[in-house]
Design a protein around this ligand. Structure first.
Ligand code: JFZ
Length: 427
C-alpha cells in the first residue's frame, strides 16, 4: 500500500492514556478551603496567582506512597490503550524525574524521592506500552524565565508574575527547557513528545528558530521520536509528526497527517476533588470510534489522586471501555477511515485485506433492531456480514442506492454493537 512512515505505529494504535499528575494533585482544585479559580486543577498556581514560594511548598506534602507504576500501566493495558503519555513537567515547572536542571523535582524536593518517570518507563517496557511525555516548553512558572499566561496571571494581584523579557526566556530555554528535553530523551527514550502552546502570543517566545532547535535536539537523538503540532500553535513546522486537536474537540473531517484528540474523563485534567462531571463509558467509546472513523486517535486523560491511586469512577470507565474493546477491538486497531462518508446511524471504520476484499465495521449507534439499516453508497458485492461480538450472521441486500442490512432483534442487548461486513473491492 502506501510507503511506511515513523508515525505508522501511532496511527495504528489509535488509543492512548494521558496522565496529568503533579504537585496540584494534592490540593485537587481546592485552595484555602475554597474552590480554586481555574476549573483545571493543574492551573491552581496560575489561576489563584499563588506566590511562588507558597505554591512550591506543595513539594513538602508530595508523597504518593500508593503509587505503583505497574498498576497504572496495567490499567491502561486492560483499557485497550497502546500508549501512555504523562506530564513530565506541566506549567508549574515541577519535574517528575530527577533532573539536573533544577532542584524543583520529585527526587530533590519531595519526601517521596523516587524517579516516577523511570518507574513508569520500566512498567511500559514490561507491558509493551509506548511511552510519551507532555512537556510544557513555553509556560513555566517556577520563576526561572519561562513564560506566564497573560489571561490568568498578569495584572495587579499577579504576585510578581510578569512575562519574562527575551533575555530571561532565552536563559530558561537554554538552561532548563533544552536541558530537560535532552535528559528525557537520553534517560527514558520516549516514543513521542506532546508539547503545549495554545495561543498566538506563544509565538513571541516559541519562534520558528526555537521550534526547530527543539525538533533538531529530539531527532538527532532519535529520528523516530514523534513530535506533536502544539509545539507551535500558530505555525507548526512541517516536521511535526502528528496533529493535536484542541482539548476535547472532535473534528468533522480527517487530515493528511496522523492526528489525535486529547480528552478528559470528567472536566479537569489534573485530579479535582469537586469535579463530578463524568462522561459515560458509552460516550467515551463514541469519541474513540468517531475519531477512528476519520483516521484519528484518542488520548483519554486520567488525573490520579495525590495518594498515587486512580479514582474509582476513572477505573470503572477504563474497564468498561476495555471490556468493549476486548470484543470489538478488531474494528479499531489498524483500521482506516470510512471510505463511505457520514451515516446518520453511526460510524464506519475499514480494513482492506490482501485477498481483494475490504471489511467495513459498522458501528451502530442510532438504530432500531429488527429493521433494515441503509448503508448509503455501499454498492460493492457483500461476501459476508456478521455481528462482531457474537458471530451472529446478518443478511444483506444490495442495490443501486446502497446496501440494506437486516438488523437482528438480539442487537438490542449489546450496547454499541458492531457489524463486520466483508465486501469485494472494486479497483
Ligand atoms: C493545555 C493546558 O493548559 C492544560 O492544563 C492541559 O494540560 C491541556 C491538555 O492543555 O490547555 C489547553 C491547551 C489548548 C487549548 C485549550 C486548553 N486549546 O487549544 O483550546
Amino acid at each position: 500500500m502506501s510507503t511506511s512512515s515513523i508515525s505508522d505505529w501511532f496511527a495504528h494504535d489509535r488509543f492512548g492514556m494521558f496522565i496529568h499528575w503533579g504537585l496540584y494533585s494534592n490540593p485537587a482544585g481546592v485552595w484555602k478551603g475554597e474552590k480554586a479559580k481555574h476549573s483545571y486543577s493543574e492551573w491552581l498556581q496560575g489561576g489563584n496567582r499563588i506566590p511562588r514560594e507558597e505554591y512550591q511548598k506543595l513539594t513538602e506534602i508530595f508523597d504518593p506512597t500508593e503509587f505503583n507504576a505497574e498498576e497504572w500501566i496495567g490499567e491502561a493495558k486492560r483499557a485497550g490503550m497502546k500508549y501512555f503519555l504523562i506530564t513530565a513537567k506541566h506549567h508549574d515547572g515541577f519535574a517528575l524525574w530527577p533532573t539536573k536542571a533544577s532542584t524543583y523535582n520529585v527526587m530533590d524536593a519531595t519526601p517521596f524521592g523516587r524517579d516516577i518517570l523511570g518507574e513508569l518507563a520500566e512498567a511500559c517496557r514490561k507491558f509493551n506500552i509506548k511511552l510519551g511525555f507532555y512537556y510544557s516548553h513555553w509556560q513555566d512558572w517556577e520563576g526561572t524565565g519561562g513564560d506566564i499566561c497573560s489571561v490568568h496571571m498578569e495584572g495587579e494581584d499577579g504576585e510578581g508574575y510578569q512575562h519574562p523579557c527575551q533575555t530571561a526566556f532565552a536563559e530558561y530555554w537554554d538552561k532548563k527547557c533544552l536541558v530537560q528535553v535532552r535528559e528525557l530523551m537520553e534517560n527514558y527514550s520516549p516514543a513521542f513528545f506532546w508539547f503545549d502552546t495554545w495561543s498566538e502570543d506563544s509565538y513571541t517566545m516559541i519562534t520558528d528558530e526555537r521550534q526547530n532547535e527543539l525538533i533538531d535536539l529530539i531527532k538527532e537523538i532519535d529520528p523516530a521520536c514523534l513530535v506533536n503540532s502544539r509545539i507551535q500553535f500558530l505555525k507548526p513546522s512541517d516536521r511535526v509528526d502528528f496533529l493535536s486537536m484542541m482539548d476535547n474537540s472532535y473534528p468533522e473531517e480527517g487530515f493528511d497527517k496522523p492526528w489525535e484528540t486529547s480528552g478528559t474523563l470528567n472536566h479537569s485534567w489534573g485530579y479535582h476533588a469537586l469535579d463530578f462531571d463524568w462522561k459515560s463509558s458509552e460516550q467515551l467509546i463514541q469519541y474513540l470510534i468517531g475519531n477512528a472513523s476519520l483516521g484519528g486517535n484518542y488520548q483519554l486523560n486520567v488525573g490520579p489522586m495525590g495518594t498515587g491511586l486512580f479514582q474509582p469512577a476513572a477505573i470503572r470507565r477504563l474497564r468498561e471501555i476495555g471490556a468493549w474493546i476486548d470484543v470489538n477491538g478488531e474494528s479499531l486497531y489498524g483500521t482506516q477511515a470510512s471510505p463511505l462518508g457520514k451515516m446518520p446511524w453511526g460510524k464506519i471504520t475499514s480494513r482492506p485485506l490482501e485477498n481483494g476484499t475490504t471489511v467495513l465495521y459498522l458501528h451502530l449507534w442510532e438504530i432500531q433492531p429488527d429493521t433494515a439499516l441503509h448503508v448509503e453508497g455501499l454498492t460493492a458485492n457483500v461476501v459476508e456480514a456478521k455481528v462482531l461480538e457474537t458471530g451472529q450472521s446478518v443478511t444483506t441486500e444490495s442495490g443501486a442506492q446502497g446496501t440494506w442490512v437486516q438488523l437482528p432483534a438480539e442487537l438490542a442487548t449489546l450496547g454499541l454493537p458492531v457489524i463486520a461486513v466483508v465486501v469485494e473491492r472494486t479497483a
